[in-house]
Write a protein that binds this ligand. Structure first.
Ligand code: SF4
Ligand code: MG
Length: 317
């Protein structure tokens, strides 16, 4: 594994205007993913995970900060100028059914990005589509089918085949298995893990489901109210997380999710997550933190290294 970051996010900020007010979704987030590495991104719903994923791939423009892919700045580029970088990273969403073109065959859906950009001829593309469908565990002849003829899990596999068609190095998966039945989720995770091994694929794997993330991630980042509060190796995060918020999250799951049937959701913490419209001063977690000290109410802690591959934003670290 190379130490050069493949994808490097620095000081990303993103707010949305909602009902006339500014809603901060991502607040000063810095993260990097090395080549061949998989980073899990976890946190309760509304913590900013999806917005961060969209900023990483250029679907959402950050208000401030930098996104570098192999050293090249992506922020400020037009959609058209972003197109070449989408050969390196692709995104897989939760709702595959909605993302597929209903009147195109499955095969056309898979290779459309290639054919549209004249990267391959239609005939070559068709062969590629058949091969990709087999790689994601479908039958090559399903290229002839239409999306509505497939199950939700099969549609999700088609979306993955489509993402793989451009041979990306990074897949950004946003709750990519969350809508599927538990048994299908397990099959999809097996597929993601196999692709990681076979293609040296990296992932930014976004999910609220810790055991799922634990199966694929080398490191895990925890988000709370738009900020990263801790990043560490998967083993470290499951066995000995530092931040009081991570502790509460990981306390509800098994040490290492060897057993895929042992899935549990993030357990609700005592107290309410403050409204993002009215963020607390100081540490964003101080309203729920069992070990808060005076300083936590006034000073926002910065993310800093406490060990190799382990960063925490907490005054007590
Ligand atoms: Fe708790 Fe203070 Fe650490 Fe925030 S900085 S997590 S409030 S101890
Ligand atoms: Mg989301």
């Amino acid at each position: 594994m190379s130490l050069t970051p493949f994808l490097d996010l620095r000081h990303i900020e993103k707010s949305f205007r909602v009902r006339g007010k500014q809603l901060p979704a991502v607040r000063d987030v810095s993260l990097s993913i090395r080549e061949g590495e998989s980073l899990g991104l976890v946190g309760e719903s509304g913590s900013g995970k999806s917005t961060l994923g969209r900023c990483a791939i250029g679907l959402t423009a950050p208000d401030a900060g930098s996104v570098r892919l192999l050293g090249e700045e992506l922020v400020g580029r037009s959609r058209r100028d972003l197109r070449p970088i989408w050969r390196h990273m692709q995104m897989v969403f939760q709702d595959a059914g909605a993302a597929l073109h209903p009147r195109m065959t499955v095969g056309r859906n898979v290779i459309d990005p290639l054919v549209a950009r004249r990267l391959v001829s239609r005939r070559e593309g068709w062969e590629i589509a058949r091969q990709l469908l087999e790689q994601v565990g479908l039958h090559a002849d399903q290229a002839e089918a239409f999306p509505f003829e497939l199950s939700g899990g099969q549609q999700q596999r088609v979306m993955i085949a489509r993402a793989l068609a451009v041979e990306p190095k990074l897949l950004i998966c946003d709750e990519a298995v969350s809508a599927l039945d538990v048994s299908v989720q397990a099959q999809m995770m097996d597929l993601f893990i196999r692709l990681k091994q076979e293609r040296n694929l990296s992932y930014l794997f976004i999910s609220h489901n810790l055991p799922t993330v634990g199966q694929i991630a080398d490191r895990i980042a925890v988000m709370y109210l738009g900020q990263i509060v801790e990043v560490g190796t998967t083993q470290r995060m499951f066995q000995n997380p530092y931040h009081p918020y991570s502790k509460a999250l990981f306390a509800s799951v098994l040490p290492i999710p060897a057993n895929v049937s042992a899935r549990r959701e993030l357990r609700a913490l005592p107290g309410e997550m403050p409204s993002p419209f009215d963020l607390p001063r100081g540490c964003p977690f101080h309203t729920r933190c069992p070990v808060a000290v005076d300083r936590c109410r006034d000073v926002r802690p910065q993310l800093r290294a406490i060990d190799v591959d382990h960063q925490v934003a907490c005054h007590l670290a």
